[in-house]
Design a protein around this ligand. Structure first.
Ligand SMILES: NC(=O)c1ccc[n+]([C@@H]2O[C@H](COP(=O)([O-])OP(=O)(O)OC[C@H]3O[C@@H](n4cnc5c(N)ncnc54)[C@H](O)[C@@H]3O)[C@@H](O)[C@H]2O)c1
Length: 217
C-alpha cells in the first residue's frame, strides 16, 4: 500500500487511474508520492519516505531537482500534455494582435443603444482595421511539443515560419513541416520576423532570453 498527496488540485480523471494500492493523504511527510502542478517545492522538507514526484505539466522549475537527485527521488513530468491548448491560445493572441478586435467589441458595447448602429458602424469600423496573418513572418523560439504545433499551425494559416532550437530533437525535427525554415541564431529570427513566440523551459539559461537587444532590427 502506498500513500500519495496532491499539492495542487488534480483532476479526478487522472487520479482515477491510481489503483486500490494507493490511498490519498493530506500529510506531506507521510507521502510516498507527490502530484504537483505549480506549487513551489524548493523550500519544502523532503522526507526519506518520498519516492516520486509527478508534475502535471511540462516545466519542472518549481521542483528542487538537485535535492531530489541526491535523495534518489524520481521526478516525472508530462511534456506535451497541454501543448494543443497553448497552441490555440497563441493563435488567438496573434489574431487579437493583428486587428483591434477587442476595441471593436468595446465599441459595440458602448454603442448598443444607438438605433442607427449599422450606419455608425460603417464609419467607425476603419478604427479597428488591421492586417492578415497570411504572408506575415512568425519566429518560434523553442521547437518542442508546443513550438512544433505552433509552427505547423501558423504555416497552415499561410504564415512564413522560422524556428530556432539549439537542442532540436530528431522526433520534433521529423514532425516539423518542411516549409519551416530552421535558423541557426536568434538574431536571424529577430531580423526577419513580424511576430515572435517563445516556447522554452524557464531555466537560468533561458531567463531574459528575449531582451532589449532582441528588439533591434
Ligand atoms: N503557462 C502554461 O500554461 C504552459 C503550458 C505548457 C507549457 N508551458 C511552458 O512551455 C515550455 C515549453 O513546453 P513544451 O511542452 O513545448 O516543452 P518541450 O520540452 O517539449 O520543448 C521545449 C523546447 O525548448 C528547447 N530549448 C531549450 N532551451 C532552449 C533555448 N535556449 N533556445 C531555444 N530552444 C530551447 C528544447 O530543445 C525543446 O525542444 C515548458 O517548459 C513550460 O514551462 C507553459
Amino acid at each position: 500500500m502506498f500513500q500519495y498527496t496532491c499539492l495542487n488540485p488534480i483532476a479526478a480523471v487522472g487520479l482515477d487511474n491510481l489503483t486500490e494500492d494507493y490511498t490519498k493523504t493530506e500529510d506531506f511527510a507521510q507521502a510516498d508520492a507527490v502530484l504537483v502542478r505549480s506549487a513551489a517545492m524548493h523550500d519544502m522538507e523532503l522526507s526519506d519516505k518520498l519516492c516520486a514526484i509527478a508534475r502535471a505539466g511540462a516545466g519542472v522549475n518549481n521542483i528542487p531537482l538537485d535535492k531530489c537527485a541526491e535523495k534518489g527521488i524520481v521526478v516525472f513530468n508530462t511534456p506535451g500534455a497541454n501543448a494543443n491548448g497553448v497552441k490555440e491560445l497563441l493563435i488567438s493572441g496573434m489574431l487579437l494582435a493583428a486587428r483591434d478586435i477587442v476595441g471593436g467589441i468595446d465599441w459595440v458595447k458602448a454603442n448598443a443603444d444607438d438605433e442607427n448602429i449599422s450606419k455608425s458602424m460603417e464609419k467607425a469600423k476603419k478604427n479597428f482595421a488591421g492586417s492578415e496573418l497570411k504572408g506575415k513572418k512568425l519566429g518560434v523560439i523553442g521547437l518542442g511539443a508546443i513550438g512544433v504545433l505552433v509552427a505547423n499551425a501558423a504555416n497552415r494559416l499561410g504564415m512564413d515560419v522560422y524556428g530556432v532550437d539549439p537542442f532540436l530533437s530528431v522526433k520534433n525535427a521529423l514532425t516539423l513541416s518542411r516549409d519551416i525554415t530552421v535558423c541557426k541564431s536568434y538574431d536571424e529570427l529577430y531580423k526577419t520576423c513580424d511576430y515572435i513566440t517563445v516556447h522554452v523551459p524557464y531555466m537560468p539559461e533561458t531567463k531574459g532570453l528575449l531582451n532589449k537587444a532582441a528588439s533591434i532590427r
